[in-house]
Design a protein around this ligand. Structure first.
Ligand code: FES
Ligand code: FES
Length: 213
């Protein structure tokens, strides 16, 4: 008797996987892979931090002189989040692709994951935490986001807001398309671009009504 399997019988021999099981598998697998990458990157940097002596430097963040013990290979995003507690700057890709780590350096947007901290010692860094007034009044772009309830999970929000603030200072009255182009260095994993743009356009309008224009 032959061991050959009739083609028609192959499907019935495979384990039955429901669509729900398949989707759960993809989500869990994808999450595990991306978390593993992030954790690997973090643990590598932590390991380096433990083995290489840092240097105490002062950087100007949100108008304050902040002291931090910094490795020569340490990124600004890492220093802001893990040394200075400014976790509003998000780390998404950690490789200059998503824009979630955007901060302003001397009013120009930069990906903080791709800037070495020791290179910005004489520069002015502005993060999302430094946007609101001391009395708690939100920056007009932040207020625009609140007004329009833009963003879904909002992980990308600080980066979008920082990019918009810089763009709107130079272009206070943009069309929707111009503003979209201005923040095109920022990505949203929730794909909520239409609402985001509506919120940022409201922010632009708010800016024109205030002294921020
Ligand atoms: S985390 Fe910096 S660009 Fe994505
Ligand atoms: S709203 Fe979720 S990543 Fe942009």
């Amino acid at each position: 008797m032959s061991d050959a399997i009739e083609p028609g019988k192959i499907g019935s021999m495979l384990p039955v996987i429901s669509r729900r099981d398949f989707i759960k598998g993809v989500i869990v697998g994808g999450a595990a892979v991306s978390s593993a990458g992030y954790l690997f990157r973090a643990s590598t940097l932590l390991a380096q931090s433990g083995s290489v002596a840092g240097r105490l430097i002062t950087i100007n963040v949100n108008g304050l002189q902040r002291r931090a013990d910094v490795m020569k290979q340490e990124t600004l995003a890492w220093t802001l989040r893990h040394k200075l507690g400014l976790t509003g700057t998000k780390l998404g890709c950690d490789r200059a692709e998503c824009g979630s780590c955007t901060v302003l350096i001397d009013d120009v947007p930069h990906y903080a994951c791709s800037v070495l901290t020791h290179t910005v010692r004489n520069r002015k860094i502005l993060t999302i935490e430094g946007l609101a007034n001391a009395d708690g009044t939100l920056h007009p772009v932040q207020q625009g986001v609140v007004d329009e309830q833009g963003f879904q999970c909002a992980f990308c929000m600080p980066g979008f807001i920082m990019s918009s603030v810089a763009f709107l200072k130079a272009n206070p009255n943009p069309t929707r398309a111009e503003l979209a182009n201005g923040v095109s260095g920022n990505l949203c994993r929730c794909q909520d671009y239409d609402k985001i743009l509506t919120a940022l356009m409201r922010g632009a309008e708010n800016m024109r009504k205030t002294s921020h224009a």
